[in-house]
Design a protein around this ligand. Sequence first.
Ligand SMILES: [Zn+2]
Length: 286
Amino acid sequence: MNREPITLGLKYFYCLTLTLSRSNCKELGVEPLVLRIWIFLFGLAVGSFLNVCIYRLPRSLSLIRPRSMCPDCQARIAFYDNVPVASYVWLRGRCRHCGTAISLRYPIIELVSGLFAVAVFARYGLSWQGLFLYALVAALLVITFIDIDHQIIPDVITFPGIGVGFLTSFVSGHVTYKESLFGIILGGGVLLLVALGYYLLTKREGMGGGDIKLLAMIGAFLGWKAVIFTIFVGSAVGTVVGVALALRKEEGRRLAIPFGPFLSLGALLYIFFGPQIIGWYVALLR
Ligand SMILES: [Zn+2]
């Protein structure tokens, strides 16, 4: 396998986070690079937990017990075989006991989680704001992969997420509590109306209730502007991908494409570039 594009991509991603950084490392007296490595390792460990959530939440299994085991032979996975990314490499992607291939998705999700940790904390600093937004990113990652696998968005994530998002607006100040509250109402309400309208017109459920709660959660964390941005970006990208998939697969024209990943993508873009993109857009209209 040619790894060059991957290493190059990682390099660019790292440079991007450096550029976005508002160096609060100096104040802490920490070498910025060392700090970023620690944040990356923290993100890898979180990613390992996200993998557990993605596998167990939709199956209504406990997140804590039993300890990690091979989904194929049920053998316990020892702690030294459970190190994010590294274990996958030294086990060469196979279970130590039964030799079944381990999905490449596990280390990829761990890596993505680690890179997002570096990016979010570089952008927002080591602050409450950074921590809350990283929690939102983590929730969006879990929701994205569960929605792809099972076409559901678990209430176990979105309901508490709406509450937590609203509460964080009092602590971190990245949005006011009014913006957050209006975000919940707008996110929940708009999609509910669209879903109702679609149902009345076609007598079919077009959009799941999960999407509505997801958008309310995004509104709670990021405010009402983010809701509009997310609907806009999510539907645009979702339409393009949906059409591309429908063209490739001619039979089965009404294929179910989960909307959660596209809403998540919109929210992620908003976290990093939302205010700038809205600024450009407003400038264009003037
Ligand atoms: Zn096994």
